[in-house]
Write a new protein. Sequence first.
Length: 176
Amino acid sequence: MTFHLGFVTGATPDKWAGTWRERQREPIELVPVTEDVQEHGVRTGALDMALVRLPVDREGLHLIPLYDELPVAVMNVDNTLTLLDEVTTEDLADEHQDWTGLTVREIVETVGAGTGVLVVPMSVARLHQRKDVTYRTVTDLEPTKVGLAWLVDNEDPRIQTFIGIVRGRSDRSSRG
């Protein structure tokens, strides 16, 4: 039976999935999810676990915080803000745009054309890297956190196996 692991845009489950494939007979399927539906697959049972970007509704979910991501401002390479090594929200005040209805890819294309700035976690900026855009860390915004979530009532032993992999336990660990 396949183990289904969701991962929010920018998260990189490849290392852990590789370890799973080395140690387990059951296949693992990596399922990309967007931040707006990252909990849905876990809550409906379509996903066994998911790498999610916090905050999430913790009701009925176990969650292990894994790592922080720095917020960055994605901008055109010719933007005067590129003269700075890092920026603040005050520096970005004149760059505000309403991106409602656009995908991140579409927004990055618009930013690449010289309009506005987009603030995203660094992993998302790297995912959408282009020659006409660059990014700068936004120093006065809190980092975002990525965590591993699963249903409280999911007793599948593979959950504990995957937690062991994420925590770096060897395949001979008595906790695995």
